[in-house]
Structure formats: C-alpha cells, structure tokens
Ligand binder design. Structure first.
Ligand SMILES: *[C@@H]1O[C@H](CO)[C@@H](O)[C@H](O)[C@H]1NC(C)=O
Ligand SMILES: *[C@@H]1O[C@H](CO)[C@@H](O)[C@H](O)[C@H]1NC(C)=O
Length: 231
C-alpha cells in the first residue's frame, strides 16, 4: 500500500541521490579546469641564527633561524568557481645528517590563507575593504588578482628550530612553496610533483640551496635574542 509517508521517503531518497550526483559532477569538474600555478621568485633575503627562546612558551634556550624571503607567485589558476580558499605556505627543508637516514627536515616559516571571492563573507574583512574587493571583481567570476602573491623581504611568521637545539651552519637548506586548495565541493588538493592531466605541477617551487650562518655572538644580538616573538 502506498501511504503518503512512503511517497515522501521515495521523493526524499530521489533528491538525495540527485544532490549526490550533482556534487560528484562539481567535484569532477575541477579536474577539467586547468591549473598552472607558477613561482617567479623564491629566494632568501636575510638569514640569521640566534640563541634564545624562539617562542614565548619555550622552556629552554636553543638556536633558532630567522629566514626572511621574497616571493613572487601566480596561483590565480587555482581559483575557480568551486574554490573556497587556498592555503599557501613556505617551508624550509634540509637533509638530515647521516645517522638519521635520508629523512628530510621540513619546517613551515610562513603561511597565509587566500579566500576566493565566493567566500569573502566568511573572512573578517571590514565593509570598506570588502567593497573595494567587490569593485575590483565586478563583472568577473574570478577576481584576476586573487592568487597573485608578491612579498619583498618578508619576515617569517615562525622561527625554525631543530630537536637537537642546534641549527647554525646547516647546509643545503632550501625554501619550498606549497599550496592546498579547499573546494566548496570535493576533496582537498595539495601541490603535486607531477602533472595530472590539466593540473600542472607547481613550477619554480624550490629556492636555490643556501647555508644557515653561524650563530650570532651575544654582543651583536643584545636586545634581539631571547625576546619573545609572536607565532
Ligand atoms: C597568472 O597565470 C595565469 C595562468 O595560470 C595567466 O593567465 C595570468 O596572465 C598570469 N598573471 C600574471 C599577472 O602573470
Ligand atoms: C639513502 O639514500 C641512498 C641513495 O639515495 C640509498 O642508497 C640509501 O639506502 C638510503 N638510506 C636510507 C636509510 O633510506
């Protein structure tokens, strides 16, 4: 017997299926839009190793490195109509010394979140800056300036340390740019090392190798070392 409840259930089940299929299509459509992010510049501008407390919550003094850098990147192709936000971060990485095998040390020194225009209401933009953003995006589905990053002599957000407490004169350090695309519908996607179809690998994501300098002597760092830095 067909009661109205059964009808309601069937209808609801049908709409759930439709919604699921549509979501699957949206997620799959991401693969059809080309991604060709690139990095024009990624280089260090100043290097410093000091001894002190790298964070206000550090209990012990240790060596930490402050890496300032410049970055020019074009991630605009990551912003499609299904992009909610892109998490961008820069790491410093260097090979471990012999005993630890081939493991690579990696530490985040800077990060940011770039929201897509469709997610502006979620970020804490003031009405004035929101108006400006809307104006610059008027008539376009994607603001062309989203995803363009240009940093000059940027201070790191995070100092890097090593569990051993020693980081001065580390060799073969490189900076690397990473991104993580969070779509409205679908799965998270990180930067990849190889091309997948229309998604091209991030070009120029690695800086040249450099070595961290020797520890700055106490006299030279008076007033700098040991002071708390905000994380
Ligand atoms: C950024 O890259 C896109 C392609 O991914 C290109 O169309 C655009 O012109 C580039 N923008 C700049 C400012 O280079
Ligand atoms: C380290 O890398 C070398 C060559 O790349 C390899 O022969 C060796 O087995 C690796 N060692 C470890 C511990 O993975």
């Amino acid at each position: 017997m067909y009661s109205s409840l059964v009808r309601l259930q069937n209808t609801f089940g049908f709409f759930t299926t439709v919604a699921f299929v549509i979501a699957a299509f949206i997620a799959a459509s991401d693969f059809a839009s080309p991604r060709a992010p690139s990095v024009a510049t990624l280089k260090t501008t100043s290097l410093q190793v000091v001894r002190g407390r790298p964070h206000y919550y550090s209990s012990k003094k240790e060596e930490y490195a402050i890496i300032k850098f410049s970055l020019d990147a074009n991630l605009s192709s990551l912003f499609t109509w299904n992009t909610k936000q892109v998490f961008v971060y820069v790491t410093a990485e260097w090979p471990s010394s012999g005993a630890e095998g081939n493991a690579t040390n990696q530490a985040v020194i800077w990060d940011t979140i770039i929201t897509a225009p469709s997610a502006d209401h979620l970020s804490n933009l003031g009405p004035a800056s929101l108006k400006k953003l809307r104006k610059s995006a008027a008539g376009k589905s994607i603001d062309p300036s989203r995803g363009l990053i240009s940093l000059k002599n940027q201070k790191p957000k995070y100092q890097i340390t090593h569990p051993s407490g020693k980081i001065a004169e580390t060799q073969d350090v490189r900076l690397r740019l990473h991104y993580n695309v969070q779509p409205w519908v679908g799965v998270l996607a990180w930067n990849q090392n190889v091309d997948y179809g229309r998604w091209k690998r991030l070009k120029g994501d690695l800086s040249k190798k450099f070595a961290l300098p020797a520890l700055k002597t106490k006299a030279a760092t008076t007033g700098a070392a040991g002071t708390g830095t905000k994380a």
